[in-house]
Write a protein that binds this ligand. Sequence first.
Ligand SMILES: O=C(O)CCC(=O)C(=O)O
Ligand SMILES: [Fe+2]
Length: 259
Amino acid sequence: MAEDAGRNSVPVIDMQDFPGQLRRLIEACEDWGCFRIVNFGGIVTQSVMVEMKEVVRSLFELPAEVKMRNVEVIAGSGYMAPSEINPLYEALGLYDMASVRAVDGFCSNLDATPHQSFTPETVGLPGVQLHTDSSFLTVLQDDEVIGGLEVMKRCGKFEAVDPCPGSLLVNLGDIATVWSNGRFLNVKHRVMCKEAGTRLSIASFLLGPKEAPVEVPLRLVDQEHPRLYVPFVYQDYRKLRISNKLHIAEALDRLRVQY
Ligand SMILES: O=C(O)CCC(=O)C(=O)O
Ligand SMILES: [Fe+2]
């Protein structure tokens, strides 16, 4: 299994080694806002991961009019055809994977994730624009062969996330930053087209609470660590981001407490 190549590669967390990995996990959340997990075979088997990729690949081969039946449940959760802003990107979405009804609904319509068709002409272009995820966590089964994902560390430096078959990448989103009162990094990331081919990734987003406000836990607030964000409703935050095209968490700045 993968080992860290050094300080410039995404930290790798061994899921079989807890609480041993706790400090490392916290450091990864603070400095990188993302980490790879390995040794989670008891939860998701390699054969399920392989099968997921095959199913997703076949879904993208469906005709466009079928893919368009994947309508959104909340803004940005349904089919996304290549657009002016992300011309190489196509995505299907399944809203609420934990709901049997939602999964059944998806299957009868169809549904899944991001997919980028790279050609020799698009090498060097962005496949997915720079953004943070608005959610709490994203669990990403990235492409096993075609790389291109880049994450920005807290210091502002981009690092390539190389493919690592058999692992999953976890990205922290905006809600992780709020729930940790600014301690954990909502990682800015983008996908650059590095080589021709179809890049297939499956992202599972753990969003924010449906109704309860997103707020900094009281135990993280004291004189040295004042509350950084006013409480807000996740759906409103998502709308604020989408309607104002604030993709790199600028919307969070609008929710900062003014001292
Ligand atoms: O395809 C990838 O590697 C990243 C996709 C992504 O960042 C997203 O869907 O939010
Ligand atoms: Fe993302």
